[in-house]
Design a protein around this ligand. Structure first.
Ligand code: CP
Length: 315
């Protein structure tokens, strides 16, 4: 594996899960792989879990790590080609990316959807420039359309908790005060479908995900019906894809509460975090034994370490 930007970069999902559970059991067994190698983690957006878990994963593998918060620690960066750079951005990604590539062996990049242009976001303009110009392997730490390290950790969590081979997994939209990208739900759908789980997606009308992710998958617009018999409830907010970046609803009747969880088959509650309590999910549910959000976050270290190990083994 050279780059990691989606589940499609994983040659064998079952083997990748085995690697992730192996590094969880033996975190320091492969520290020779990263000796004298360096990972740079570039953040265009905020992070808690991704920053710490990816850095820890790299350190477990013996790598040195450097973190750059673009726009805060470094120069503001221009990403558009052909512009006259007479504004507040003194550096262009076209130079910055190959320079960063000179200093490291792997680059991790976080670059969210900007909601200025659906076409630009869905073409992954920033992430793809890193792949094109850095000269080193690139790991997505959440890009405009996908968050594969999160989905890999979610898959680990379901695999270790499921009680039947093909569990019913429900992705439900939930309300939020701000417009959030579709990266987590897109990615979750992609990984759950690859794992061949019984996936049901539920959301209000107008929140349909991009056809490239939902192709052939019917939406269940009745959230209560969707929850019936579910083994896992994965809550997430996202802004509209059709009316790109817009908030169409803040309907709190979509908040995950105990009455809805009672419709499930003793489902586990999942969320990638950070989570808005009593918007996305009630205190009662997230504080209950059914909530596995901390386990998901813990698995972020191992999904990142599995990905980095697979890349290092190919270097
Ligand atoms: N789930 C997740 O990616 O968390 P952070 O945004 O804190 O990294």
């Amino acid at each position: 594996m050279r780059h990691f930007t989606s589940v499609n970069d994983i040659p064998d999902l079952r083997k990748a899960l085995d690697v992730a559970f192996d590094v969880r059991n033996n975190p320091f067994a492969y520290s020779h792989l990263g000796k004298n190698k360096t990972m740079v983690l570039i953040f265009f957006n905020s992070s808690l879990r991704t920053r710490l878990s990816t850095q820890k994963a790299a350190m477990n593998l013996g790598m040195n790590t450097m973190v750059l918060n673009v726009n805060e620690d470094g120069w503001k960066m221009e990403s558009e080609l052909g512009v006259v750079m007479d504004g507040d951005k003194p550096e262009h990604l076209r130079e910055a990316i190959p320079v960063i590539g000179e200093y490291c062996d792997i680059i991790g990049v976080r670059s969210f959807a900007r909601f200025e242009s659906r076409e630009d976001d869905y073409q992954e303009k920033i992430l793809n420039q890193f792949i094109q110009y850095s000269g080193v392997p690139v790991v997505s730490m959440e890009a405009a359309t996908r968050h594969p390290l999160q989905s890999f950790a979610d898959l680990m969590t379901i695999e270790e908790l499921k009680s039947r081979p093909r569990p019913k997994v429900v992705l439900t939209w939930a309300p939020h005060p701000r417009a959030l990208p579709q990266a987590v739900p897109n990615s979750f759908v992609e990984w759950m479908r690859k794992a061949d789980y019984d996936l049901v997606v539920t959301h209000p009308e107008g929140y349909e995900l991009a056809p490239e992710f939902m192709d052939g998958l019917q939406v269940e617009y009745d959230q209560r019906k969707a929850f019936e018999g579910a083994e896992f409830i994965y809550a997430k907010n996202w802004a509209s894809y059709t009316h790109y970046g817009q908030i169409l609803s803040k309907d709190r009747s979509w908040t995950v509460d105990q009455a809805k969880m009672d419709l499930t088959d003793n489902a586990k509650f999942m969320h990638c975090l950070p989570v808005r309590r009593n918007m996305i999910v009630t205190d009662e549910v997230i504080d209950s034994p059914a909530s596995v959000v901390i386990r998901e976050a813990a698995n972020r270290e191992w999904s990142a370490q599995a990905v980095l190990k697979m890349i290092l083994e190919g270097l």
